[in-house]
Write a new protein. Structure first.
Length: 305
């Protein structure tokens, strides 16, 4: 039987024309490629490694954000693994079908393998799309660490002031220490306002990006799954009576057309640009808090002098 296969030198990432995995690649200039087989193709084995998180001596908020960062890293790794496993399954299905001795099984398992391998590529693309999440969350962790000294200094000064008041309520130190405490509180307000800004901005960026990536992965995998079912519909599973001659397989052209249709649908996919947030939601976070903190710091400086 004449079999359609695609050039063994092309990686699985080039399954569909205009469907690049490289960030920043303009899909409009990618050459159109129709792939009708995955045989003799090897999936990418490149993985990621992540630096360890040292949270043992961190304040509780920093420990919690570190655990979140670690979980996000694990999520990226899990989707990379899932993508590789799906591509491996596709390859093994195709290789098994080739040796089955059944023309229909041989052709359709190869083409179903094409669909499965691209589903795996979508997992890989999703993993790369959310790979920035840990870095964005680290900005929150770093800001929390920078705020912690001002928190501790404010608490330390308040405790010391209370001790002096208890021992020497009429001491001149009390007035000086009260002024210093006001300044420390104002400085802490500035730091806390900055932390508020960073937290809101980074959380919004992180999970908006993840939601967009989730929508893209889901919609593309739905396209792939629907065409995969079209391929399976071409497989006649009517029970064969012993002694009957098996009908010859004649659905090869239809199967190739299914992959061509799938390729076209994937190229035509576009993200939904609906706006979910109104103008009020796009206001820079923490403006009021930062203005109040700046005013408090200015007042403290005037009182100190």
């Amino acid at each position: 039987m004449s079999r359609s296969s695609f050039d063994g030198g092309r990686p699985l990432a080039h399954f569909f024309g205009g469907h690049s995995r490289k960030p920043g690649t303009d899909s409009s200039v990618s050459p159109t490629r129709h792939r009708h087989s995955i045989r003799n193709q090897k999936g990418s084995k490149q993985g990621f490694s992540f630096s360890s998180l040292r949270g043992g001596s961190q304040p509780e908020p920093s420990r919690r954000i570190s655990r979140l960062i670690k979980a996000e890293n694990s999520l990226v790794s899990a989707h990379l693994t899932a993508g590789r496993e799906r591509i491996t399954i596709a390859q093994q299905l195709s290789e098994w079908g080739e040796q089955s001795g059944d023309d229909a099984i041989s052709d359709l398992t190869d083409k179903v393998g094409v669909i499965l391998s691209e589903i795996g590529e979508q997992e890989d693309a999703f993993a790369h799309a959310i790979d920035d999440s840990p870095g964005r969350l680290k900005a929150i962790r770093n800001t929390e660490k920078s705020v912690q000294p001002s928190r501790e200094n404010r608490l330390k000064m308040a405790e010391e002031l209370n001790r002096v008041k208890a021992r020497e309520p009429d001491s001149s130190k009390v007035v000086v220490m009260e002024q210093e405490l006001v300044r420390a509180e104002a400085e802490n307000m500035v730091a806390e306002a900055q932390l508020t800004n960073v937290m809101r901005q980074r959380i919004k960026e992180t999970y908006d990006s993840e939601f967009c990536a989730t929508i893209e992965r889901a919609e593309k995998q739905i396209i792939l799954a629907k065409h995969g079912r079209r391929l399976l519909a071409l497989l006649d599973d009517t029970p064969v009576v012993p002694g009957d001659n098996q009908q010859s397989y004649s659905s090869g052209p239809q199967a190739r057309q299914v992959l061509d249709d799938c390729s076209e649908d994937m190229r035509e996919w576009q993200p939904d640009h609906d706006t979910y947030l109104d103008s009020a939601a796009n206001k820079p976070p923490g403006d009021e808090a930062e203005e109040a903190a700046a005013a408090a710091l200015h007042s403290a400086e005037e009182n100190h002098h």
